[in-house]
Design a protein around this ligand. Structure first.
Ligand code: FDA
Length: 497
């Protein structure tokens, strides 16, 4: 309620926020989590909480009147359609040079992502976060994160014959025939549930193509893991459809936090202020960066340093499809949870996930989301004229990532005698180079913050999400975000509380 006081306020309920809430609560601290998205615990008129990937509806997108599908075309035909403006689950947030996809709701990105739970190779970690003790990360915090998230390995014997992973086995064959290391990727999806989906004994979710607009079954999202544990402590409250708009120091200590309550069409239902001893920014790379840049520029937090807003990257994301020969059919039923990747990071700067095309028909296509080692980094800045935050990303920068991804797919195409598909991204585009699923950075560890996420200039303010990571993780990011949050919150609890 407006006017109330909380010991710890957490902005956002994604990975960083969920780790902070659980560990603070276990240490005896009462926590209030503020989440701009919905709680996603009530079925719609179709009896399901989440819409299907194939049939987006009002629930699918955050406050848009037209869908913005990552694969804008199917067999060459544009598939975007009009929807009603609603606080839906997937935000396609548009900046000048890039569209940044993010989850909205209690659970953040865990609601919409592919569940790929990848720990980066240890020898690559110090290039990502040089000020962090890698030995500690790999002995303590990565294992803790993987356990907390419910990460498990692909059941290999089942996978080898499962129809829903035919596309991945085709991906492996092509990778190996071109001499690339092929790797299995752990996931947070319940593999037993998926096997039952394949056997026809339970309601299908991954095998019904559910993913970017939510999974109705099978995926161990944060509300089923960290947030369930956090709630069970009795010390954590969550306010959905509430957006933090300001944080300012309060005379006498602590902070005043301004909050806007949203209607499901995005309007303002009420504005509230609460006070908190400590505030954890866990609004995601874009959400946290936008807030901090605005608060520094508008005088609410003027002592934030010049590093705030810097070091933002797209994890080098680019997508492409390849046209297979008729003998390399990829299957009509494809699990929406990717299980494999092609690792050419060392030689070519690219790690490619073998992605599904869960359309229900045979496409003879292989789709890949590449993560590449691009050095490009953008900066968020306050735009006084628009009253918004801009991002300096340049669309042309994606060429670096395309060049790196091509070290894999040009070679495979040559070996297989195949070509790129041109019917997925509009026109005759081969590369989807206009988006990222993996925003990272903007409040980089040991620069905008100290080496544990304490914001420089303000005692009691912390960053604990993907904005700490400077633009790239060499693999899919959420395990690293979670592990770093586990490391930082442990230090904060033992030394600051
Ligand atoms: P995260 O974005 O999860 O959470 C931030 C939360 O804060 C959101 O719920 C947001 O609504 C809320 N918020 C923002 N501003 C706010 C404000 N002012 N007030 C209140 N609340 C606010 N990664 C991976 O490792 N494997 C994968 O398979 C995939 N796949 C994938 C698919 C798709 C479609 C997407 C969009 C993303 C992925 N990812 C992924 C990326 C992964 O989901 C992402 O890196 C993490 O969710 C980021 O975690 P954070 O804790 O940083 O923020």
């Amino acid at each position: 309620a407006s006017g109330s006081h909380v010991p710890a306020l957490v902005i956002g309920t994604g990975y960083g926020g969920s780790v902070a809430a659980l560990r603070l609560a276990q240490a005896g601290v009462d926590v209030h989590m503020v989440e701009m998205g919905m709680s996603w615990d009530t079925p719609g008129s179709d009896g399901k909480i989440f819409a299907n990937t194939k049939s987006p509806d009002d629930r699918s997108f955050w406050l848009r009147t037209r869908t913005k599908q990552p694969l804008s075309n199917f067999l060459g035909f544009p598939i975007d359609k009009n929807v009603n403006k609603y606080t839906g689950i997937l935000d396609a947030e548009e900046f000048g040079g890039i569209t940044v996809y993010q989850g909205r709701g209690v659970g953040g990105g865990s609601l919409v992502n592919g569940g790929m739970a990848v720990t980066p190779q240890r020898d690559r970690f110090s290039g990502i976060l040089p000020s962090v003790d890698a030995a500690e990360m790999y002995s303590t915090y990565y294992p803790r994160a993987n356990a907390g998230l419910g990460v498990t390995d692909v059941p290999l014997a089942w996978w080898e014959s499962a129809a829903c992973y035919k596309y991945a086995r085709v991906g492996r064959k092509h990778a190996e025939r071109s001499g690339f290391p092929h790797v299995f990727v752990p996931n947070v999806y319940d593999w037993d549930y998926m096997a039952q989906e394949a056997a026809g004994s339970v309601t299908k979710s991954a095998l019904a193509g559910e993913v970017i607009f939510g999974n109705n079954h099978g995926k161990k999202t944060l509300p089923k893991t960290y947030l369930a544990q956090a709630k069970a402590t009795g010390r954590v409250a969550i306010s959905p459809l509430h957006e933090v708009t300001s944080v300012t120091p309060r005379s006498g200590g602590g902070y005043t936090v301004a909050i806007r309550q949203l209607s499901t069409t995005g309007g303002t239902v009420a504005t509230k202020t609460v006070t908190a001893d400590r505030v954890f920014f866990a609004a995601g790379s874009v959400g946290t960066s936008k807030l901090l840049v605005k608060l520094r520029a508008t005088g609410a937090l003027p002592n934030l340093n010049g590093e705030v807003g810097k070091g933002w990257g797209d994890n080098g994301n680019v997508m492409c499809g390849r046209a297979n020969h008729m003998w390399d059919a990829t299957g009509t039923i494809q699990s929406s949870m990717p299980s494999t990747g092609i690792d050419n990071w060392g030689a070519g700067g690219a790690f490619a996930e073998v992605a599904p095309i869960p359309t229900g028909i045979e496409t003879y296509a292989s789709l890949y989301l590449s993560i590449t080692n691009t050095p490009r980094r953008a900066e968020f800045s306050w735009n006084a004229a628009t009253g918004g935050v801009d991002l300096s990303w340049q669309a042309a920068w994606k060429q670096d990532s395309i060049t790196m991804a091509k070290t894999i797919f040009d070679k495979i195409n040559k070996k297989e005698g195949t070509i790129y598909r041109t019917d997925f991204f509009g026109g005759t585009k081969v590369w989807n180079d206009q988006l990222t699923y993996h925003p990272l950075g903007g409040a980089v560890l040991n620069k905008a913050t100290d080496n544990y996420g304490r914001l420089r200039g303000y005692a009691g303010l912390y960053v604990i999400d993907g904005s700490l990571i400077p633009g790239n993780t060499s693999v899919n990011p959420f395990v690293t975000i979670t592990a770093l949050a586990e490391r930082n919150i442990e230090k904060i609890i033992t030394t600051d509380l």
